[in-house]
Structures are given as structure tokens and as C-alpha cells.
Design a protein around this ligand. Structure first.
Ligand code: FAD
Length: 283
């Protein structure tokens, strides 16, 4: 099912982000079993990350195919264009389409250390236009409720977000954030810019304080002080810490749904328990 259809139902749809396990086939099999189990909650789609520079291209494509064929869920591969030429991009995307993939998250990506970015496109808007021209894929793009780290300022970040929509994207999936007020302010900016596509908030259920700090450094999301203090009370990965993470994520999601979110994108980090309990709560 294509993105526009998924988000036109009027109901809040959950999507799950997973990554291709690096280690071995068993981990991938475990992930597939988890996804088959989560299928009962009818997630709208499962998005699969892609290593910028193409480091995970085979593993990502392999997992996308298995999600489509074995888990019978709708996959949405991510694709980053840094360090890739147009010939490769076209053949990679056409191969996904041949496998029955209908949606893609089109990204610029950050060049891995030591790589010179000699890709065909300098920003995601050019990738979106290319995908629109060469394929029938439904295209989503990334948005940043706390502004992208390299943007000149917030207004220019929104300006370029609009450009990605004008080039053919039909949905925005956001970077993770913990403070809903920042997301609501972002929606206001988006509305003002005349961007009229679904904006799907990205939620990370946090297992422990170390993970909270690591992910926020990586993604630039600010941590509300009261949230930090709550995690400080518990040992890493203790039952209390995990339960706290589930509770905080549920509260955050409830407020987003009450305010009309079309979808919720869960950054699962391939974690079964937290994902399961959150989906079960909203089922
Ligand atoms: P762009 O939209 O190109 O924006 C990058 C920066 O350039 C922004 O500051 C923007 O304001 C500016 N800009 C945009 N267009 C122009 C223009 N035409 N001229 C001048 N400036 C411009 N990374 C991965 O490696 N793999 C993944 O699987 C992955 N998945 C992600 C999923 C989500 C939901 C999100 C939010 C991010 C994900 N990322 C992933 C991270 C992403 O690749 C990085 O944040 C990257 O730095 C920016 O990618 P982008 O597509 O947002 O870039």
C-alpha cells in the first residue's frame, strides 16, 4: 500500500523502524520472528535503515525483501544518496520495485568518515526529483522538529523541506524528539510554509539513561530535565528502567494522538519488548 493511502484513513497508524542486524543470519531471523509477532497490531509499514555510503546496501535490501515476502508487512526502505552515482541509484531502486516495494524514504545521509562525498546529488530534494522521474515509488522525506544540525537556520531548513515536497515527496517522517511542544511548534512552521502532507512524529522508547544520552547526541534531540532525572533513579536495563521507558513513550504518544497525529513512527532499535507493549497499549 502506498503512503498516501496509508495516511488517508483518518486513524493514527503506527510504523516501525528497524535496522539490518550486522552480526549474523540468526539475528535477522529473530527480527523477522518479532515482526511476524507484531503483525497482529497491523503496523502501517516497517522502515529499514540504509548505511550512508552503501555499507549496508545488501543487508538492507535483503531485509526489505524478507519483510515483504515472509512477514507480509509493508516495507519502506530508507535510501541515502551520498557517495552514490545515478546509475547505481536507478538500478537499486528499480530492483526494489521489482520486488514489490511501493514506498521509499529518500535521504541525503551523512558521508561515513574517510569518504569524500562524490555522489550525484548534493541534497535530498534532488534525489526526490530523480526518484519521481525514474520510478513509481511513493516518496517520504526526513524532517527535523529541532532543526537539522547543518541548517543555516530553522527558516532555511523549512524552506528546503518544502522543496523536497515540491519535488514529489508525499510524507515527512521526523527525527526523534522527547518534547511534544517542540513538535507542535514545528507543525506550525510547516503549516505556515504551506506544506500539506502528513508529518509523522518519530518516537524513541528509551531503555536506560545511557541510551538516552547516546541517541540524543547522535540525533540532536533535547532531553527534558524531568525525564533525565527519572532515568537517573534506575540501574541500566533494570525492570524499572524499561517500564519507565514504556510509560514515557505511551504518554508522549497519547498526547500526539490527542492532537491529531496521522501516524507514529517508532524507532524500535530492533527491541521486541518495548515495541510490543507500546503497540499492545494502543491496540
Ligand atoms: P537534506 O534534506 O538534504 O538536508 C540536509 C541539510 O541541508 C539540512 O540542513 C537542510 O536544511 C540543507 N538543505 C537541504 N536541501 C538543500 C539545498 N537544496 N541547498 C542547500 N541546503 C539544503 N541516515 C542514514 O544514514 N541512514 C538512514 O537510514 C537514515 N534514516 C533516517 C530516518 C529519519 C526519519 C531521519 C529523520 C533521518 C535519517 N537519517 C538516516 C539521517 C539523515 O541521513 C541525516 O540527518 C542527514 O544529515 C540529512 O539527510 P536529509 O535527507 O534530511 O538531508
Amino acid at each position: 500500500m502506498k503512503l498516501t493511502e496509508i495516511y488517508s484513513s483518518g486513524k493514527t497508524r503506527f510504523s516501525l523502524e528497524v535496522f539490518p542486524p550486522k552480526e549474523n543470519k540468526n539475528k535477522e531471523n529473530d527480527l523477522l520472528s518479532t515482526l511476524r509477532e507484531l503483525e497482529r497490531f497491523r503496523p502501517a509499514l516497517v522502515s529499514v535503515t540504509y548505511g550512508a555510503g552503501g555499507s549496508s546496501r545488501e543487508k538492507s535490501a535483503g531485509l526489505v525483501k524478507r519483510i515483504n515476502n515472509e512477514a507480509k508487512l509493508t516495507p519502506m526502505p530508507h535510501f541515502t544518496c551520498v557517495c552514490s552515482n545515478t546509475q547505481f541509484i536507478e538500478s537499486y531502486l528499480k530492483e526494489l520495485e521489482r520486488e514489490g516495494v511501493e514506498n521509499i524514504l529518500a535521504l541525503k545521509g551523512d558521508p561515513p568518515k574517510g569518504f569524500n562525498d562524490e555522489g550525484a546529488f548534493s541534497h535530498a530534494d534532488e534525489l526526490v526529483a530523480f526518484i519521481k522521474d525514474k520510478t513509481n515509488l511513493s516518496i517520504a522525506v526526513a524532517g527535523y522538529p529541532e532543526c537539522h544540525k547543518d541548517a543555516k537556520d530553522f527558516d532555511s531548513d523549512i524552506y528546503f523541506l518544502k522543496k523536497k515536497i515540491d519535488c514529489g515527496a508525499c510524507a515527512i517522517f521526523t527525527q526523534l524528539f522527547f518534547d511534544n511542544k517542540k513538535f507542535f511548534a514545528y507543525l506550525e512552521k510547516i503549516k505556515k510554509a504551506n506544506i500539506n502532507v502528513p508529518v509523522i512524529p518519530g518516537i524513541l522508547p528509551v531503555k536506560n539513561i545511557a541510551q538516552l544520552q547516546k541517541m540524543t547526541i547522535m540525533c540532536g534531540a533535547s532531553i527534558p530535565l524531568d525525564m533525565l532525572h527519572k532515568y537517573e533513579r534506575f540501574e541500566d536495563n533494570s525492570e524499572d528502567s524499561i517500564k519507565l521507558g514504556i510509560e514515557i513513550a505511551i504518554k508522549q504518544i497519547e498526547e500526539l494522538i490527542d492532537n491529531g497525529a496521522n501516524g507514529i513512527h517508532l524507532y524500535t532499535l530492533n527491541q521486541r519488548r518495548m515495541t510490543y507493549e507500546i503497540l499492545q497499549h494502543f491496540n
